[in-house]
Design a binder for this molecule. Structure first.
Ligand code: E4P
Length: 302
């Protein structure tokens, strides 16, 4: 699995790239804002050029328009302006730009993906929240689809009333089987006939169906499950589109998307750090250091 770093912070990109494990970079307007806000002054075009030169691998830059024509124009601009720097620009297009005020249509993203991909510009489709969107993006010719695993988990948890920051931390792993068990335990008195007595009655009880489906998003139980589903669909039909697991929140989620066969995971710096950590590794290295005898130390000193 390729690892991209999910940041526009140059110091993080340079540091992680020096570890030899970074194959690319993803940015979005919020990540660019963070990098801009962190500096008193910034020449953004030069800054982006430096990111492109730092990494020998794809760097996603996102459009800001919402209508197809704007996204196409901006995608061509980003590619023509920045790709000559290191031949590694990927244009990020949202799958669906429909806004509440209705100024753009649901399918404008697809139009832009088709147009840019046909012109040879690699597209990373962003804000993928369900496998059906990924299927459409792949059909339109996208080079990558980015399912937002962490935000899918947040959404599913919000459906059962859990609030991020109050009930769980941003980095907390979402375990769908625990969620199912919690729901069953919370509604334990099946025996009392609350949900009927026979299996048939229980199965068809609308209240139970509502409970079960509240811990799912149209049948999907977690972000990692969405990634697995997309990977299966692409394999079924031999799509070349790569699955780029995004909005990653913790080390265990990285394992899950790797098991699912995602070609890429884009990770915040802190998640890469978390992948390295383990209590016993840290205990072990302390013990090894304490056990170094002078004789052994001496062989390194010549
Ligand atoms: C990267 O391509 C995405 O824009 C990013 O992973 C979103 O992450 P977030 O949900 O943590 O903002």
């Amino acid at each position: 699995m390729k690892i991209f770093i999910d940041t526009a912070e140059l110091t993080e990109i340079k540091e992680a790239y020096s570890w030899g494990i970074v194959d690319g970079v993803t940015t979005n307007p919020s990540l660019i804002k963070k990098a801009v806000d962190a500096r008193d002054e910034i020449h953004l075009e030069e800054y982006i050029e430096e990111i492109l030169r730092t990494v020998d691998g794809p760097v996603s830059l996102e459009v800001i328009g919402l209508r197809a024509e704007e996204m196409i124009e901006e995608g061509v601009f980003l590619y023509e302006r920045f790709n000559p720097v290191n031949d590694n620009v990927v244009v990020k297009i949202p799958i669906n730009t429909r806004t509440k005020d209705g100024q753009s249509k649901k399918y404008d993203g697809l139009k832009a993906i088709k147009k840019l991909s046909s012109a040879g510009i690699p597209v990373n489709t962003t804000l993928i929240m369900k496998p059906e969107q990924a299927l459409l993006a792949a059909k339109a010719g996208a080079a990558y689809v980015s399912p937002f695993a962490g935000r899918i988990d947040d959404y599913i948890r919000s459906n059962v009333g859990l609030v991020r920051g109050e009930d769980y931390d941003k980095g907390a792993h979402h375990d769908p089987s625990l969620m199912d068990e919690a729901i069953v335990l919370a509604k334990r008195p099946f025996e009392d006939g609350l949900f009927g007595e026979t299996l048939e009655e229980i199965y068809s009880d609308e209240r139970l169906k509502d409970l079960r489906s509240s811990a799912r998003d149209e049948g999907i139980r977690s972000g990692a499950e969405a990634v697995r589903s997309i990977k299966n669909i692409f394999d079924n039909y031999d799509f070349d589109t790569e699955v780029l697991a995004a909005s990653m929140r913790n080390s265990r989620q990285v394992r899950e998307v790797a098991e699912a066969g995602a070609e890429v995971a884009t990770l915040p710096f802190t998640v890469i750090e978390e992948m390295l950590g383990h209590y016993k590794t840290e205990k072990g290295i302390l013990a090894f250091s304490e056990d170094v005898v002078p004789e052994y130390k001496g062989i390194f000193e010549g």
